[in-house]
Design a protein around this ligand. Structure first.
Ligand SMILES: Nc1ncnc2c1ncn2[C@@H]1O[C@H](COP(=O)(O)OP(=O)(O)O)[C@@H](O)[C@H]1O
Ligand SMILES: [Mg+2]
Length: 370
């Protein structure tokens, strides 16, 4: 987050201080020294006081000097009331005279994902990770269609309760009427932003990127930085090919998932079915992998071109047909069958690609001759 101009060392609140909300008329007591200090505010542990001034439920008190950040978080916190994957906002008021803006949240006793990974670096298994990130994507799927981006989904802003992940810190979350990338109130640290995204600009696709980065942290039992994410790193994970494909589409693909909707639609183990095999090669956009039963690759390609097909080097958004010859050296999607891996990723996202073996391809070539 952006730099604070104020003196970083002067806490805004002191222990045992009592605050009154002029919105709900409730009283809160500060019960700790500052537990965290971010770009826009400070967090304290506190408690609700009942009529007898007895302390009741524990709360987190977030206090800020910045009305805009406070307003965004208060507004979105209200919108997300009762969503059980979001840290609940209980109260919000501004004290213009003393220029302090206060937010009160339920206290998350188990802390953040970052806290957890610092104590316990056990890697989570794939199924657990998938089932943990799904509810967060569902929250984003409420926000994204309404042109709201979170913008700061990091291991420090996602909390754990009863082994479930809960989204917190809506401090830079912003609604915008702009299309595409929109300006945010702040920026996450570079370590948690997709490379090449201009600072302070964000899109739904970038929120999904952060969810995938969070998934990687859980799969590895340690925080993963954006700069560490490579195809090789994904390949080294002990996960299924389809989830690896999902992570690739969220993190590395040129056309990353657009938004939480697309990411959710693809977050399913259901096997995808290739399109129906064509009866002619005409107008097909073909990619060949492996070796063909009786023809050399270059000859087969020349003949396919003569049959008015286009031969492509790699699977892309235009590919309609993948020919899978004999794997060269036992390739599979995770150990070299790159083209098949790409075809399945794209099938999952709705592209229609047929997959045929080398024999079938040679038969089609024969048929074109007649
Ligand atoms: N509801 C909460 N319960 C417990 N700890 C919290 C709570 N909210 C924030 N914290 C702690 O304070 C830190 C900063 O809070 P956050 O809302 O992320 O503010 P900032 O905008 O300063 O990053 C969190 O990373 C977490 O450690
Ligand atoms: Mg934070």
């Amino acid at each position: 987050m952006g730099e604070r101009e104020e003196n970083q060392d002067m806490p805004l609140l002191t222990r045992n201080r009592i605050l009154k909300s002029d919105v709900t008329e409730k009283y809160y007591k500060v019960r700790s020294n500052r537990v965290a200090q971010g770009g826009f505010g400070e967090v304290y542990r506190g408690a609700v006081l009942d009529k007898n001034e007895d302390e009741c439920e524990p709360v987190a008190i977030k206090v800020s000097l910045h009305p805009i950040a406070w307003h965004g978080e208060a507004y979105l916190g209200r919108l997300l009331t009762r969503n059980d994957s979001v840290v609940q906002l209980l109260d919000a008021w501004g004290n213009a005279r003393k220029v302090k803006y206060v937010l009160v949240f339920e206290w998350m006793a188990e802390g953040t994902v970052a806290d957890r990974l610092a104590q316990d670096d056990t890697a989570w298994d794939e199924d657990r990770v998938i089932e943990s990130i799904r509810p967060l994507l569902e929250v984003l799927d409420l926000l994204h269609p309404r042109s709201i981006c979170h913008g700061d989904i990091t291991t420090r802003n996602v909390f754990i309760r009863d082994e479930r992940l809960m989204l917190g810190d809506l401090g830079i979350t912003r609604q915008s009427l702009a299309e595409g990338r929109r300006r945010m109130h702040g920026a996450p640290p570079d370590d948690f932003a997709p490379p090449s995204v201009p600072e302070y600009f964000w899109s739904p696709s970038d929120d999904v990127y952060q969810i995938a980065l969070l998934a990687l942290a859980l799969l590895r039992g340690k925080t993963v930085k954006a700069s560490e994410v490579t195809t090789l790193m994904l390949r080294r994970l002990e996960i299924s090919d389809w989830f690896m494909g999902w992570l690739y589409d969220a993190l590395l693909a040129k056309d990353r998932f657009r938004d939480a909707r697309e990411a959710l639609e693809c977050l399913t183990f259901e096997p995808v079915r290739p399109a129906r095999a064509p009866s002619s090669l005409r107008d097909q956009r073909i990619v060949i992998t492996g070796s063909l039963p009786s023809m050399r690759r270059d000859r087969a390609e020349a003949r396919a071109r003569r049959a008015r097909a286009a031969v492509q080097k790699d699977v892309n958004g235009a590919t309609t047909l993948l020919v899978t010859g004999e794997p060269l050296g036992g390739a599979s999607p995770s150990n070299g069958g790159r083209k098949l891996f790409d075809a399945y990723r794209r099938l999952r996202r709705g592209q229609r690609i047929a997959i045929i073996d080398g024999r079938r391809f040679e038969l089609l070539l024969e048929r074109e001759r007649r």
